[in-house]
Design a protein around this ligand. Sequence first.
Ligand code: PRP
Ligand code: URA
Length: 209
Amino acid sequence: MGKFEVLDHPLIQHKLTLIRDKNCSTKEFREIVNEISTLMAYEVSRDMPLEDVEIETPIGKSIQKQISGKKVAIVPILRAGLGMVDGMAELLPVARIGHIGMYRDEETLKPTEYFVKLPSDISERQVFVVDPMLATGGSAIMAVDALKKRGARDIRFCSLVAAPEGVKALEEAHPDIDIYTAALDEKLNEDGYIVPGLGDAGDRLFGTK
Ligand code: PRP
Ligand code: URA
C-alpha cells in the first residue's frame, strides 16, 4: 500500500484556513494556493535520493550531496490543478509539465477525460499529479489510469483538501501510489462537494461562476 500523509505544517494549515473563507478574493485565492503548493513541494520531495559529488570550496576539495536519480514531472488535472503548478515548480524547476483535462458531470459526478499531453519519457519520471480537490476520487482515479496507460509508474497524488471517500476510492483503485493532502475533511455532501472544503476550486481560482 502506498503512503497516505496529511501535510500539517503550521504554515500550510494557516494558509489553507485563509482560502477556505468564502470572503477570500480570487486574487488572494490564487496567490495562496501558489504559496501552499510551494510548501507542499518541499514536503513531498523529502525522500528524494541524494548522491555524492566532489566539489571544491574556497578552502579545498570536498564530497557533498546533490539530488540524484529520477527526473520529475508535474501533472495538473485541469482546470483547478493548474493553480498548483507554478508553486510546485518553484522548488522543482527542472520538472516537465504534463496536462490531463478532466471535468466532473455535476449530476452523475462521473469524470470525463478531454485532454492528455505528457512528456514523452513519462515512464522514467517521478510524477506529481496535482489537483486541489480529492472528492469522490473519480477524477484522480481516471487521471492515474491515464498516466499508467502511458507508462508512468512512480506516481504521487497531491491535493489541498481530501474527503475520506475519495482517499479510500483512490487507495483501492491504485494501492501503489502515494497520496498527500493538506487536509482530510469530514465528508462529501449530497452534491459531491467536500464538507467543509473550500467550494469549487476551479471557480474560485479562475473567478468563474
Ligand atoms: C474538480 C476538482 C477535481 C474534481 C474532484 O474539478 O478540481 O478535479 O472536481 O472531484 P472528484 O474527486 O469527485 O472527481 P471539476 O470537475 O469541477 O473541473 P474544473 O477543475 O475544471 O473546475
Ligand atoms: N470539486 C471541487 O472543486 N470542490 C469540491 O468540494 C468537490 C469537487
